[in-house]
Design a protein around this ligand. Structure first.
Ligand code: MN
Length: 191
């Protein structure tokens, strides 16, 4: 079964193209924000999902447009790859520590993209502000239809962001696994 998704978004602010393939683990990430690329590579690596993502954007304004539009494109590529969600595990969770930090994540691929965050996170890791890290996750959740709960505590911002992306990746890796033939919902559909 092919489980691939694609999305392109070109505006006056950004130019993003994303391909995801649940049957591949090869990734190639290229964004103008090295730390953001590092986070997306971390996400690809630990989710075991093949992701090809090329993003260009007006980072001379700030990173907001590029981060948001990347989330829109990645979310829609996921929605496309998830298709009718038939047979998927649906739920996934992970607790991922990174040195003094820890992230707790749970996902439900329900078709309803609600993002809930708990924790205190502010400041910036070179080129990626905490507000845009959260905005990325909220936008990805909404566009993909993946309900995401995430809690992060710690001291080092790099560790906190990275633990968050790893916990999300491991949760999604488990939730997209094929568990059977049936749709895992008493309603019969996931949307
Ligand atoms: Mn790192």
């Amino acid at each position: 079964m092919s489980r691939m998704g694609k999305f392109e978004r070109i505006t006056k602010e950004t130019d993003i193209s994303v391909e995801v393939d649940f049957n591949s683990t090869e990734f190639e990430i290229n964004t103008p924000i090295p730390f953001f690329s590092h986070m997306l590579e971390t996400f690809a690596k630990h989710s075991n999902i093949g992701i090809k993502l090329i993003a260009k954007g007006d980072i001379e304004v700030d990173e907001h447009h590029t981060v948001e539009d990347t989330a829109i494109a990645l979310g829609n590529a996921f929605r496309d790859a998830l298709s009718d969600k038939k047979g998927i595990e649906r739920f996934g969770h992970a607790i991922v520590p990174m040195d003094e930090s820890v992230a707790i994540c749970g996902v439900d691929i329900s078709g309803r993209g609600v993002f809930r965050f708990e924790g205190e996170i502010e400041g910036e890791v070179k080129g990626l502000k905490a507000e845009n890290f959260l905005h990325f996750l909220e936008t990805f959740s909404r566009e993909s239809g993946i309900n995401i709960y995430l809690s992060i505590s710690g001291k080092n911002m790099h560790h906190m962001f990275e633990a968050g992306f790893k916990a999300l990746a491991v949760s999604i890796r488990n939730a997209i696994k094929i568990a059977g033939e049936e749709t895992r919902s008493t309603k019969g559909v996931l949307d």
